[in-house]
Design a protein around this ligand. Structure first.
Ligand code: 13P
Ligand code: SF4
Length: 311
């Protein structure tokens, strides 16, 4: 990156020259969220990618989000600023192991969380995100046998609110699993008026003490609509950027991780993306996401089914 360059201006110029659209997840740093054409949760990013007319999609998020965009738009160029932006949850479900699990339960419908690789999506009947998981699970008859993967916390939560007994894959997200119940309880004493709001990828003990549980987009909407003035936020702290923008008069307190020496409530994968890398990515049109054609043809079906069921 040339020295003394105004990165925001240069990125904007490149975006126009290349007819590119910049899509960012709420867990990106504030500067990336501010320059993006669209900021959203994983469902909204997939919906946006499916309808964009741009030639190039720059997905500022993690690898599986870029893959989802590429699966939906195989003829477009899909870029991510850093290809190493992975996901511990997607990694907790290798396709070869998941395939054995699916084959061992041939009478089950396979529902996969969007936080999976393209190869796992290719083994799936319908994809869900945390925004639409309840609605999509409930679209199946009550006695439907269902495999749900890979997040055990989201799966347990959906089982508890729908009364289903889905068979769960034993995966988890390292960011959402590390919130400390003890520290949240201490914060509740310190801020007795505050509401605890949590993402369903958090452990059950954290969900149990939460006043509101929802996807990133649902948490954001709740903070806008709620009469409360203070919120203890148990999800990746990047979303607080948009919460503060939408409700500047309210106070947002990030829920602390177990280990107070690390910023573990920030997803280290999401935060690999920077403005410098975004600039280089647009300039050189690299790194690009590729999905094997045979995998894309299978994986697109459960994603399209999700988009239809979420309309
Ligand atoms: P959302 O569906 O809330 O965007 O979650 C994505 C994610 O990676 C959560 O950790
Ligand atoms: Fe994956 Fe967790 Fe990071 Fe979300 S926060 S991208 S689930 S590692």
């Amino acid at each position: 990156v040339p020295e003394n360059i105004d990165l925001a201006k240069a990125i904007d110029q490149l975006r126009k020259e290349k007819n590119a659209v910049i899509l960012a997840h709420y867990y990106q740093t504030g500067d990336i969220q501010d320059i993006a054409d669209f900021v959203g949760d994983s469902l909204a990013l997939a919906q946006w990618a499916a309808k964009t007319k741009a030639d190039v999609i720059v997905l500022c998020g993690v690898h599986f989000m870029g893959e989802t965009a590429k699966i939906l738009c195989p003829d477009k160029k899909v870029l991510v600023p850093d290809l190493n932006a992975g996901c511990s949850l997607a990694d907790s479900c290798p396709a070869t192991e998941f395939e054995k699990f699916v084959k061992a339960h041939p009478d089950h419908t396979v529902i996969s969380y969007v936080n999976t690789t393209a190869a796992v999506k290719a083994l799936t009947d319908v994809v869900v995100t945390s925004t639409n998981a309840k609605q999509i699970v409930e679209s199946f008859p009550a006695d439907e046998k269902i495999i749900f993967g890979p997040d055990r916390n989201l799966g347990n939560y959906i089982n508890s609110i729908t009364g289903r007994n889905m068979l769960l894959w034993d995966g988890a997200c390292h960011v959402h699993e590390q919130f400390s119940l003890e520290k949240i309880l201490l914060l509740k004493k310190q801020y007795p008026e505050a509401e605890v709001i949590a993402h369903p990828e958090c452990k059950k003990v954290v969900l149990t003490v939460s006043d509101f549980i929802g996807s990133t987009a649902a948490l954001l909407k709740h903070t806008i609509q709620s009469d409360k003035r203070q919120f203890i936020v148990a999800t990746e702290s990047g979303v607080i950027h948009e919460m503060r923008k939408k409700s500047p008069d309210k106070e947002f307190i990030p829920a602390p991780p177990n280990d107070s020496t690390c910023a573990c409530n920030e997803c280290n994968f999401m935060r690999l993306n920077t403005m410098q890398k975004l600039y280089n990515c647009l300039k050189f049109e690299l790194p690009e996401i590729h999905v094997d054609e045979s995998v894309q043809k299978k994986a697109v079906l459960p994603i399209q089914r999700m988009l239809e069921l979420s309309e």
